[in-house]
Design a protein around this ligand. Structure first.
Ligand code: SF4
Ligand code: SF4
Length: 105
Protein backbone atom coordinates (compact mmCIF):
# COMPACT_ATOMS: atom_id res chain seq x y z
CA UNK A 1 0.00 0.00 0.00
CA UNK A 2 2.95 2.30 0.62
CA UNK A 3 4.03 2.00 -3.00
CA UNK A 4 0.48 2.76 -4.12
CA UNK A 5 0.43 5.84 -1.91
CA UNK A 6 3.70 7.05 -3.44
CA UNK A 7 2.16 6.63 -6.88
CA UNK A 8 -0.89 8.61 -5.82
CA UNK A 9 1.33 11.36 -4.43
CA UNK A 10 3.16 11.50 -7.74
CA UNK A 11 0.07 11.35 -9.93
CA UNK A 12 -2.63 13.07 -7.89
CA UNK A 13 -1.13 15.16 -5.09
CA UNK A 14 1.12 17.02 -7.55
CA UNK A 15 -2.02 18.34 -9.27
CA UNK A 16 -4.10 18.95 -6.13
CA UNK A 17 -4.48 22.54 -4.93
CA UNK A 18 -3.47 21.36 -1.46
CA UNK A 19 -0.34 19.63 -2.77
CA UNK A 20 2.93 20.83 -4.23
CA UNK A 21 4.96 19.81 -7.29
CA UNK A 22 6.73 17.19 -5.18
CA UNK A 23 3.48 15.55 -4.09
CA UNK A 24 3.70 16.82 -0.54
CA UNK A 25 0.40 17.65 1.14
CA UNK A 26 -0.04 21.05 2.75
CA UNK A 27 -3.38 20.53 4.39
CA UNK A 28 -3.47 21.93 7.95
CA UNK A 29 -2.40 19.27 10.47
CA UNK A 30 -5.89 19.00 11.89
CA UNK A 31 -7.40 18.22 8.48
CA UNK A 32 -7.37 14.87 6.78
CA UNK A 33 -7.71 13.77 3.18
CA UNK A 34 -9.92 10.80 2.33
CA UNK A 35 -7.49 9.78 -0.42
CA UNK A 36 -4.70 9.42 2.11
CA UNK A 37 -6.89 7.94 4.86
CA UNK A 38 -8.90 5.52 2.74
CA UNK A 39 -6.66 4.65 -0.20
CA UNK A 40 -7.01 0.92 0.47
CA UNK A 41 -10.81 1.21 0.33
CA UNK A 42 -10.64 3.20 -2.91
CA UNK A 43 -8.25 0.68 -4.44
CA UNK A 44 -10.40 -2.26 -3.40
CA UNK A 45 -13.51 -0.59 -4.85
CA UNK A 46 -11.78 0.11 -8.18
CA UNK A 47 -10.98 -3.60 -8.44
CA UNK A 48 -14.38 -4.77 -7.18
CA UNK A 49 -16.36 -2.58 -9.57
CA UNK A 50 -14.04 -2.94 -12.55
CA UNK A 51 -15.84 -2.62 -15.86
CA UNK A 52 -19.06 -1.10 -14.52
CA UNK A 53 -20.13 2.16 -16.18
CA UNK A 54 -20.75 3.73 -12.78
CA UNK A 55 -17.50 2.47 -11.27
CA UNK A 56 -16.56 5.98 -10.16
CA UNK A 57 -19.76 6.40 -8.17
CA UNK A 58 -19.24 3.04 -6.50
CA UNK A 59 -15.74 4.10 -5.48
CA UNK A 60 -17.13 7.36 -4.08
CA UNK A 61 -19.83 5.50 -2.16
CA UNK A 62 -17.39 3.03 -0.61
CA UNK A 63 -14.98 5.75 0.51
CA UNK A 64 -17.66 8.16 1.72
CA UNK A 65 -19.21 5.38 3.77
CA UNK A 66 -16.02 4.78 5.76
CA UNK A 67 -15.15 8.49 5.86
CA UNK A 68 -18.35 9.21 7.76
CA UNK A 69 -18.46 12.95 7.11
CA UNK A 70 -21.77 12.83 5.25
CA UNK A 71 -25.02 13.93 6.82
CA UNK A 72 -27.89 11.51 7.29
CA UNK A 73 -29.41 12.65 4.00
CA UNK A 74 -26.23 11.71 2.12
CA UNK A 75 -24.97 15.23 1.51
CA UNK A 76 -21.44 16.16 2.54
CA UNK A 77 -20.64 19.65 3.73
CA UNK A 78 -16.96 19.23 2.88
CA UNK A 79 -17.70 18.21 -0.69
CA UNK A 80 -20.27 21.00 -1.02
CA UNK A 81 -17.59 23.52 0.01
CA UNK A 82 -15.07 21.87 -2.35
CA UNK A 83 -12.97 21.08 0.73
CA UNK A 84 -12.69 17.35 0.03
CA UNK A 85 -9.73 16.65 -2.25
CA UNK A 86 -10.88 13.08 -2.76
CA UNK A 87 -14.19 14.33 -4.13
CA UNK A 88 -12.53 17.01 -6.27
CA UNK A 89 -10.09 14.69 -7.97
CA UNK A 90 -12.03 11.43 -7.93
CA UNK A 91 -11.93 10.93 -11.75
CA UNK A 92 -8.13 11.19 -11.75
CA UNK A 93 -7.84 8.87 -8.74
CA UNK A 94 -9.95 6.18 -10.40
CA UNK A 95 -8.09 6.46 -13.71
CA UNK A 96 -4.66 6.22 -12.06
CA UNK A 97 -5.73 3.26 -9.91
CA UNK A 98 -7.07 1.52 -13.02
CA UNK A 99 -3.82 2.19 -14.89
CA UNK A 100 -1.78 0.77 -12.00
CA UNK A 101 -4.01 -2.28 -11.83
CA UNK A 102 -3.51 -2.88 -15.56
CA UNK A 103 0.27 -2.75 -15.32
CA UNK A 104 2.04 -6.09 -15.48
CA UNK A 105 3.24 -7.23 -12.05
S1 SF4 B 1 -5.35 16.96 0.01
FE1 SF4 B 1 -5.18 14.75 -0.46
S2 SF4 B 1 -4.95 14.70 -2.70
FE2 SF4 B 1 -4.48 16.78 -2.05
S3 SF4 B 1 -2.27 16.84 -1.71
FE3 SF4 B 1 -3.21 16.36 0.25
S4 SF4 B 1 -3.19 14.10 0.38
FE4 SF4 B 1 -2.90 14.69 -1.78
S1 SF4 C 1 -17.08 13.66 0.00
FE1 SF4 C 1 -17.38 13.88 2.21
S2 SF4 C 1 -17.87 11.83 2.97
FE2 SF4 C 1 -16.94 11.61 0.92
S3 SF4 C 1 -14.75 11.30 1.28
FE3 SF4 C 1 -15.07 13.51 1.00
S4 SF4 C 1 -15.37 14.34 3.07
FE4 SF4 C 1 -15.65 12.11 3.18
Amino acid sequence: MEQLWHEMQRQVCTTCIDGDPHGRCHLPVDESCALRDHLAVAHHAVVAFDGLPDQREHVREEVCRVCGTRDADGTCWRANRLECAFDRVLPAIVEHLKDLQARPA
